[in-house]
Design a protein around this ligand. Structure first.
Ligand code: HEM
Length: 512
C-alpha cells in the first residue's frame, strides 16, 4: 500500500476528490461520500476533509465498520510515520478490557475450577464461534432467517451440537472440536464455556436460534425414550439433520404446567393429540416436538413428528425471528405409542428433570451477554467526550459501572460454584440439592440483567435506542433481557422455588 504524508492527504479535500486519515490509514472517500449513511456534508467539514478524522470517526462508528469489506477497500494507503493503534481483536483473542473476561481468563488471576485444558478448549471454541458462527449470527439476527444448514453442518462436524447437550454417554466415541477435549474429560465447565461463547455476539434471538430447542428438548428423549426411538432420533438431531423443539407452554398455561390443555387420547397403538402450544422456540423449523400432553391418568410427554396434522405459525416476539418462535397446532395428530417418553401419567417428572440444566444454561448465556454489555459500557464511557471530558470523569457514570461490574462478577462466581457442584454430584444429588440454588441463581442473574440493561441505556443515551450503530449491542440487550427473566421459569417463580426448597430442608429443631 502507498505511503502518504499529511501534506499529500491535505490536498484532497473537496467534492470528487476527498481523502481522510483514520488511525494511521488513508481513505479515499471521493466516490463513497455520496453514499455515506451519515450524509455527504459531514465529510467536507474542515476538521475531516484531507485531515486526521480518527477521533471524530470513532466517536460515531463502531470499529467493526472499517472491517466490512465494502468499507475496508476504501483504504488506499497509510500515513507516513504513523502506526495503527486501534486494535480490533482477531478471532479467538481475549478482551483486554478489565472485566471483559471472567477472572479465570484474565492475565495474572487464578481459579480453582479450570485447568489448562479448559483454557485451550476456550480458545478453540471462541475461534470456532467467531470464524464460523459470528458472521451467521449477525446476518440472522438482522434478517430474521433461521440458522443456515451450512453452519449447522459445520457445527455438527466438530460435534458442537452434541457438546451443547453436556457431559454424558452421547459424547462417547466422538471427536470433540478436533480432539481439543476427550469425551471422558468433557465436564460442565466445558459446556459452560460453549454457552458463554455463543452468547457473545450481541443478539439474543440468535442465542435461541442456534438450536436451543434441541438442548432443552432432546434430554427427555435421551433419558426416557425407548431404545428404538433413541437409536433413530438422537443421531439425527446431533448431526443437525433434523431439528427438535420442546413444546410445553400454552396460551392457557405457562409455568403452571398442571393447567395444560393439549390432550392425547389413546386409540389402539396410537395417541391422538389435539391442542395448541405457544412460545415454542425453534418451533418454526423443528421436525420433532417433545410435547407435554394431558392424558387420562395425568400428564404424559410424547415425541411428536411433524406431519400434515401439525402446523406452525410464527409468533412476533421482541427478539429476532431467527429464534423460530412458533404457535403450534396439533389437529387430531396420530403419534405411535412407541413415542411416549417415560411412563404414562408421569410426565411431570420427565419435565422437572430437565429444568435444572435448562435454567443453568440460561444463566450461562445471560451472564455472558451481560459481560459483553459491561465491556461495551467501559469502552464507550472511556472514549465518549462530554463537555471536553470523558464520560468516566462523571462520578454517577462510575457508580453505574461499579454496580454493573459487581452484578456480573457476583453472578459469575455463583455460577462457577454451582457448576463445580454439578461436576461432583450424581444426577440424583443434583436433582435434590441444586433445584433451589439454580432457581435463585437464575432469578438473581435475570434481575441483574434488567438493572444492567437500564444502567447501560443511561450510559449510551440515544445510541441505546437505535438498532444499528454505536449502541446496537446495548439496544438489543435492553430490548431482550426480559427473555432471561421469563424463559425456563419466570424470575419471581424461580426466587420462590429457591426459598421453598430451603424451607423443606429447614431442621425442625432450629431456633434462634
Ligand atoms: C471510511 C470512512 C467512513 C465510513 C466507511 C463510514 C461509514 C458509516 C456508516 C456505515 C454509518 C452508519 C452507522 C454505522 O453503521 O455505524 C455512518 C454513519 C455516520 N458517519 Fe460515517 N463513515 C466514514 C467516515 C465518517 C467521518 C470521517 C465522519 C465525520 C464526521 C462520519 C460521520 C458520520 C455520521 C455523523 C454518521 C451518523 C451517525 C449516527 O447516526 O449516529 N463518517 N458512517
Amino acid at each position: 500500500m502507498a505511503v502518504y504524508t499529511e501534506e499529500e492527504v491535505a490536498k484532497h479535500s473537496k467534492e470528487g476528490d476527498l481523502w481522510c486519515i483514520i488511525d494511521g490509514r488513508v481513505y479515499d472517500l471521493s466516490k463513497f461520500a455520496g453514499l455515506h449513511p451519515g450524509g455527504e456534508n459531514v465529510l467536507f467539514a474542515e476538521s475531516v476533509a484531507g485531515k486526521d478524522a480518527t477521533n471524530v470517526f470513532y466517536g460515531l462508528h463502531r470499529a467493526e465498520v472499517l472491517q466490512r469489506p465494502q468499507y475496508a477497500r476504501l483504504q488506499i494507503g497509510t500515513l507516513q510515520g504513523a502506526e495503527s493503534v486501534i486494535k480490533v481483536p482477531a478471532p479467538g483473542d481475549l478482551s483486554r478490557v478489565p472485566y471483559g473476561e471472567p477472572t479465570w481468563l484474565s492475565s495474572g488471576f487464578h481459579s480453582p475450577y479450570y485447568t489448562d485444558r479448559h483454557r485451550k478448549f476456550q480458545t478453540a471454541v471462541r475461534t470456532f464461534f467467531e470464524e464460523v458462527v459470528k458472521p451467521e449470527a449477525i446476518k440472522c439476527e438482522e434478517n430474521g432467517k433461521r440458522i443456515s444448514q451450512e453452519v449447522v453442518d459445520k457445527m455438527s462436524e466438530v460435534n458442537m451440537i452434541a457438546m451443547r447437550l453436556g457431559p454424558g454417554k452421547h459424547l462417547q466415541g466422538r471427536t470433540l472440536l478436533n480432539g481439543t477435549v476427550t469425551p471422558e474429560e468433557f465436564d460442565y465447565f466445558h459446556e459452560l464455556i460453549i454457552n458463554t461463547e455463543l452468547a457473545r455476539f450481541g443478539g439474543r434471538g440468535f442465542v435461541d436460534g442456534i438450536l436451543a430447542g434441541a438442548v432443552i428438548g432432546l434430554p427427555p428423549v435421551m433419558n426416557f425414550g425407548s431404545p428404538e426411538l433413541k437409536a433413530r432420533v438422537i443421531p439425527e438431531v446431533l448431526s443437525g439433520k433434523k431439528y427438535l423443539a420442546l413444546a410445553i407452554t400454552e396460551a392457557f398455561a405457562g409455568s403452571d404446567v398442571s393447567g395444560l390443555q393439549t390432550t392425547a387420547v389413546r386409540d389402539g397403538d396410537f395417541w391422538v393429540v389435539t391442542g395448541t402450544k405457544k412460545w415454542i422456540t425453534n418451533g418454526m423449523f423443528a421436525d420433532y416436538f417433545t410435547t407435554g400432553c394431558k392424558t387420562e391418568t395425568g400428564f404424559t410427554v410424547l415425541l411428536i413428528e411433524r406431519n400434515d396434522s401439525l402446523s406452525t405459525k410464527a409468533i412476533k416476539t421482541s427478539y429476532s425471528p431467527t429464534a423460530g418462535t412458533a404457535y403450534v397446532t396439533f389437529d387430531k395428530l396420530r403419534v405411535p405409542i412407541g413415542n411416549t417418553l417415560g411412563e404414562v401419567g408421569n410426565g411431570m417428572s420427565v419435565i422437572l428433570s430437565n429444568f435444572n440444566h435448562e435454567r443453568w444454561m440460561l444463566t450461562c448465556t445471560a451472564l455472558s451477554a451481560q459481560r459483553v454489555v459491561v465491556e461495551e459500557c467501559l469502552k464507550w464511557a472511556t472514549q465518549r467526550m462530554v463537555f471536553g471530558k470523558p464520560l468516566t470523569s462523571q462520578a454517577v457514570i462510575r457508580g453505574k459501572l461499579a454496580a454493573m461490574i459487581s452484578r456480573v462478577e457476583a453472578g459469575q462466581n455463583w455460577l462457577e460454584n454451582v457448576t463445580h457442584q454439578m461436576n461432583n454430584m450424581s444426577y440424583a444429588e443434583m436433582s435434590s440439592k441444586l433445584a433451589g440454588p439454580i432457581g435463585l441463581m437464575k432469578s438473581f442473574v435475570a434481575k441483574s440483567g434488567t438493572e444492567i440493561a437500564n444502567d447501560a441505556t443511561q450510559i449510551f443515551g440515544g445510541r441505546a435506542l437505535t438498532v444499528t450503530g454505536m449502541g446496537k449491542v446495548v439496544e438489543n440487550y435492553k430490548r431482550t433481557s426480559a427473555f432471561d427473566q421469563i424463559l425456563a421459569g419466570s424470575e419471581d417463580v424461580m426466587a420462590d422455588l429457591g426459598v421453598r426448597q430451603a424451607m423443606k430442608k429447614m431442621p425442625s429443631n432450629a431456633r434462634l
